[in-house]
Design a protein around this ligand. Structure first.
Ligand code: CUA
Length: 360
């Protein structure tokens, strides 16, 4: 009896052992399925929500951005096809090919699938990408041809924007917002005085590094009026993520009218806020056109009230936020070069903020 019982147990053990790898494989497969399902959800959600809007390379608003989006789709389809081919080969090897291949066949598979195939596919994708480059970069003749030029300097951590005339002289300086005409190619001359930033308006074109000691160029065109959001795309310091800007594309006549009228922005020079602005020394760093404030270190504040944000896209432009920024800029924007004005007498920061909000 005993011997019979042992035998039964042993057979059961053997069956379990034989079943183990299969069970293990099934469990592994189930795990893998659930993992891929989670990964698909986690990646699909941001992908689906980031495909449109004012800051999306997949919602292009100009020819340069359309080229970038098309390149993305070509690469995505190319990559997808290669992935599908690899999975098919893997499936074939694991499930269908029961007999090992001869050495000659195996050698051919390696030659075609491992060397010749990838070289052909990668050459095609690379050629397409290289073919697009002249569209994305301004060639020197375009710079000479009287295309509109806007100089953008990456500061720590904001954007100095200068509108240039045909000769390259500065017509106007503003900060953190760029206006450009619709339907015209604009050359952006991008610079930096100290650290490397990267100028990027996803809806309008590719990225361009802003490198100290040199001027880089990038061409962009907006094909429809609207507001687009740009960001710094190169880590540049503690407030790298708090360094955004807005591009407003205007009809050409509106743009020209704005450019012509903007040098004489209206300010309430007699207000108490304006007097406080000057008395507390704000004018040493900030300029407001048409007033005594002519500082060049910080952002130009002409027509500040018309801007959508304070601190280069950090907070909505409300008098409360501006007053907070005046008192403790580095609390809101770490690494900001603006000194704190927490010692201002009660109400002064609010009065200055109200004055700035009125500058339109
Ligand atoms: Cu400027 Cu990152």
């Amino acid at each position: 009896m005993n011997a019979g019982g042992d035998l039964k147990q042993d057979t059961a053990c053997l069956t379990v052992r034989r079943e183990e790898p299969r069970r293990f494989a099934a469990a592994l497969f189930e795990r893998w399925q659930s993992l891929t399902r989670h990964v698909a959800w986690v990646t699909a959600f941001p992908l689906l929500t980031s495909c449109s809007g004012i800051q999306s390379a997949l919602d292009p608003a100009g020819p340069e951005a359309s080229d970038v989006a098309r390149l993305f789709y070509v690469m995505l389809i190319g990559g997808g096809l290669i992935w599908a081919a690899v999975v098919l080969v893997l499936f074939y090897a694991a499930r269908k090919a029961r007999e090992p291949h001869s050495e000659r066949v195996a050698g051919r598979v390696i030659l075609w699938c491992g060397a010749i195939g990838p070289v052909i596919v990668l050459t095609m994708l690379l050629s397409y990408a290289v073919w697009l480059i002249p569209n994305l970069r301004p060639w020197s003749s375009a710079i000479a041809e009287g295309v509109r030029k806007i100089e953008v300097t990456g500061e720590q951590f904001w954007w100095r924007v200068r509108y240039l005339d045909e000769e390259g002289e500065v017509l106007l300086e503003r900060a953190n917002e760029i206006k450009m005409p619709v339907g015209q190619r604009v050359v952006f001359l991008v610079k930096s005085p100290d650290v490397i930033h990267s100028f990027w308006v996803p809806s309008l074109g590719g990225k361009m590094d802003m490198i100290p000691g040199r001027t880089n160029h990038i061409m962009m065109e907006a094909s429809k009026p609207g507001i687009y959001r740009g960001v710094c795309a190169e880590f540049c310091g503690p407030s790298h993520a708090l360094m955004a800007f807005f591009v407003e594309a205007l009809e050409p006549s509106d743009f020209e009218a704005w450019l012509a009228g903007s040098g004489t922005a209206e300010t309430d020079g007699a207000s108490e806020g304006h007097a406080l602005f000057l008395r507390h020394g704000c004018g040493a760093c900030h300029a407001i056109d048409g007033t005594e404030a002519q500082g060049r270190i910080g952002p130009n504040l002409t027509a500040f009230g018309a801007r959508g944000s304070v601190g280069a896209g950090t907070m909505p432009n409300t008098p409360e936020n501006v007053a907070r920024f005046i008192r403790h800029p580095s609390e809101i924007k770490p690494g900001s070069r603006m000194p704190s004005f927490g010692m201002l007498p009660d109400g002064d920061a609010e009065r200055i903020a109200t004055y700035l909000a009125g500058l339109k």
